[in-house]
Design a protein around this ligand. Structure first.
Ligand SMILES: Nc1ncnc2c1ncn2[C@@H]1O[C@H](COP(=O)(O)OP(=O)(O)OP(=O)(O)O)[C@@H](O)[C@H]1O
Length: 226
């Protein structure tokens, strides 16, 4: 279970406060107007932005005092997920091993993941030579290999056209099913993913967020905490 208990962060004289609870394997959509604090929530969970107060629990253990890389989160942003001068192979490899050369078994895993995401023939290409949809698939393959239990997705497909957005969401659902991943998805396209969402965290103001179960979340046993 992932739980945020009165998690508070500040930015430019604004105070943000979030509380929510997500059972393992569930997907929560985060929605609200531009500038309300959706990306700030993702940055704060990751540890890129400081927490003023409150606690984030993963399986009942507080995690918001942990260094960034020890937190249970894999992340995908709208853009800038890749190192453009590196190849597809090198970019995916960063999900497995940042410092050393990959072992043979790691390379085999990487090739499997690349095939799975339709990137088998692109491994030697530079990231800068890929389309937007291909770049996000590389980033997804890397997140897939990282195998973190919680995926934080900050509008990862918003800059793509509708077909590629649908494709991206289907890849996310595949990863979710295979790894039983818990997913937080910031989106401006809630209508396109409604049937996959267990609960919605919606902002009324930066300090007033309301979590509501969807019909699907209710049948899965979700109970909102606020
Ligand atoms: N790096 C930053 N430095 C300073 N202020 C920032 C930074 N990023 C965001 N902000 C400010 O923090 C507030 C919340 O921004 P945030 O990006 O979290 O909103 P959002 O809901 O994700 O918006 P959008 O839907 O446009 O992406 C805004 O007032 C924004 O101007």
């Amino acid at each position: 279970m992932l739980k945020a208990d009165r998690l508070v962060a500040c930015r430019e004289n604004k105070r943000f406060e979030w509380s929510f609870e997500l059972a393992t394997g569930q997907l929560m959509a985060v929605v609200g107007e531009s500038g309300i604090g959706k990306s700030t929530l993702i940055s704060t969970l990751l540890g890129f932005h400081p927490t003023e107060s409150g606690t984030v629990y993963w399986n009942n253990q507080p995690v918001n005092h942990l260094p960034v890389k020890e937190r249970p989160f894999g992340v995908l942003f709208q853009q800038n997920n890749l190192f453009e001068h590196l190849t597809v192979f090198q970019n995916i490899a960063l999900g497995l091993n940042v410092h050393a050369k990959l072992s043979e078994s790691e390379q085999a895993l990487l090739r499997q993941a690349a095939e799975r995401f339709g990137l088998g023939s692109l491994l030697k290409k530079r990231a800068s030579d890929l389309s937007g949809g291909q770049q996000q698939r590389v980033a997804l393959a890397r997140v897939f290999l990282q195998n973190k239990p919680v995926l934080l997705l900050d509008e990862p497909f918003s800059s793509l056209d509708k077909n590629l957005r649908d494709e991206g969401i289907n890849w996310v659902k595949d990863i979710q099913a295979e790894h039983a991943s818990t997913v937080i998805l910031v989106t401006h396209h809630l209508d396109e993913i409604n049937s996959s969402v267990d609960s919605i965290l919606q902002a009324r103001s930066s300090s007033h967020w309301h979590q509501q179960a969807t019909a699907q979340g209710s049948t899965a046993g979700f109970s909102p905490t606020n």
